[in-house]
Design a protein around this ligand. Structure first.
Ligand SMILES: Cc1cc2nc3c(=O)[nH]c(=O)nc-3n(C[C@H](O)[C@H](O)[C@H](O)COP(=O)(O)OP(=O)(O)OC[C@H]3O[C@@H](n4cnc5c(N)ncnc54)[C@H](O)[C@@H]3O)c2cc1C
Length: 428
């Protein structure tokens, strides 16, 4: 019987209609692979309104824009992988509505003006997030763009080279695009309303180093700068006017002001949402049956803290957990979350959750000024680290946190001794 594998009882997914997944990106593809690895033999259907085979998003702001990657090289898997593993990919199709029918679900699909319905025994929301836009005069001009998917990347790519670029928002995507555009020789200005870069994501020490690095790359970074309007004619834009009257020249404007989780289907299903679909440790939403994974999901930790992560690692980790729930196998042990961002020659890697810390220790070797590690402690226990241009330290810290080591600031303070040595003798 489909939905079962020899010797394993899988009572939750009716064999006739299997698992329906809305979205076909990092989280969805990892879920499908995880289900097959766990021995799930039922039908798996991934539905996306994108027209491309599932692809990696991180290179959209880096290698693809620079011309160092092609659309083919971005594919998460080739077409044969889906065929060979019995994973049905439904492209160019939007899921416009979702209803619960008993233990199962009916989804309403819209494709090319035609609507249809599909039913599934299990539903996984892997709907991700959509880029926020700006409600400013002139911001609806076609040369004001966002970057979330491959079509956006092609739109941005086709505009780069026409003239100066203004990036509104000093977050990860804005800074990555700024660095890439500088590497292409373009004049770039980053416009950030706060008084520092990456305010929501990293601590001040890391933000200051990155600010200096972007300025050294030749990017103009305007902090405390509030855009008031995009100025130009129907034909072309000429710049962004700030609220202090200054004009930032630009023929292309990238808006990088964050992303909103796509929660419409969850709301239709009556699931609790709070800046994302609220899920427990098993990725189960508030009805205890629907699953949500990746950028659309807000995780409630055992301490009650709610957080939503936008990272490939989080998407794949949550997918592995959701696969184990559906297949009825043992859940994988959760590892501390991690993230990376490449901004020109700057490589930032973060492990753990920054926030709720009580002290910070910054390790910097004067002989290697490019390298910097900011360590975050709660009640004298290491909880997170930001590593700039220090991949070896990042690996050591990730492994230590993953093994449950929680060293104190005193144990890591001596910057003359490498972290590798300092962490070796510490026991969980
Ligand atoms: C430019 C860029 C650079 C990034 N760089 C990094 C990086 O360096 N490191 C890192 O860790 N992370 C990075 N990220 C973040 C990472 O890509 C995301 O965390 C990851 O893509 C999340 O995967 P997901 O599957 O949850 O959602 P998404 O990748 O957002 O995929 C969701 C999919 O579902 C589709 N969908 C949603 N609703 C519907 C519906 N109703 N019907 C049909 N289809 C639907 C969407 O169109 C989309 O294709 C980057 C993201 C971007 C955009």
């Amino acid at each position: 019987m489909a939905g079962e594998c020899p010797g394993t009882s899988i009572p939750e997914a009716p064999a006739s209609n299997g698992v329906g997944v809305v979205g076909a990106s990092h989280a969805a593809v990892a879920l499908a692979d995880g289900l097959r690895s766990a021995g799930y033999t039922g039908a798996i259907t991934l539905i996306t309104h994108e027209s491309h085979l599932p692809y990696q998003r991180p290179p959209l702001s880096k290698a693809l824009l620079k011309g160092e990657a092609t659309v083919d090289s971005l594919r998460l898997r080739d077409a044969k992988h889906y065929e060979d593993n019995g994973i049905e990919l439904v492209l160019d199709t939007e899921v416009t509505a979702a209803r619960r029918i008993g233990d199962g679900y009916t989804l309403e699909l819209s494709s090319d003006g035609r609507t249809s319905e599909r039913t599934f025994g299990r539903l996984v929301l892997a709907t991700g997030a959509r880029a926020r836009t700006l409600d400013l005069p002139g911001a609806d001009h076609p040369d004001v763009v966002v970057l979330r998917d491959l079509d956006d990347a092609h739109g941005l790519l086709s505009r780069l080279g026409a003239g100066p670029v203004a990036v509104i928002g000093g977050g990860f995507i804005g800074l990555e695009v700024a660095a890439t555009a500088r590497a292409l020789g373009l004049d770039v200005t980053v416009i950030e309303a706060a008084d520092r870069l990456l305010g929501r994501a990293v601590g001040p020490a890391t933000a200051e180093t990155l600010l200096a690095a972007h300025r050294a790359m030749g990017t103009a970074v305007e902090l405390g700068a509030v855009p008031e309007a995009v100025v130009g004619s129907d034909d072309r834009i000429v710049g962004v006017r700030l609220d202090d009257g200054r004009m930032i020249p630009a023929t292309t404007v990238l808006v990088g002001v964050g992303a909103n989780p796509r929660i419409e289907l969850a709301e239709q299903l009556g699931l609790e949402c709070d800046g994302g679909v609220v899920v427990d440790d098993r990725c189960l939403a508030s009805d205890g049956r629907t699953l949500a994974i990746g950028d659309c999901a807000v995780h409630v930790s055992s301490t009650g803290r709610r957080y939503r992560l936008e990272s490939v690692d989080n998407a794949t980790e949550q997918a592995a957990v959701a696969a184990s729930v559906i297949a009825g196998t043992e859940a994988p042990r959760r590892q501390p979350p991690w993230f990376w961002s490449d901004q020109g020659d700057q490589k930032l890697q973060i492990v753990g959750l920054v926030g709720g810390h009580t002290s910070v220790l910054v390790r910097q070797d004067p002989d290697r000024p490019r390298r910097k590690v900011a360590l975050y402690f709660r009640d004298d226990e290491l909880i997170a680290a930001e590593c700039l241009n220090s991949p070896a330290d990042f690996m050591v810290l990730r492994s230590a946190l993953g093994r449950g080591l929680r060293p104190s600031p005193g144990e890591l303070a001596d910057t003359s001794v490498p972290l590798k040595k300092l962490l070796a003798p510490v026991r969980a």
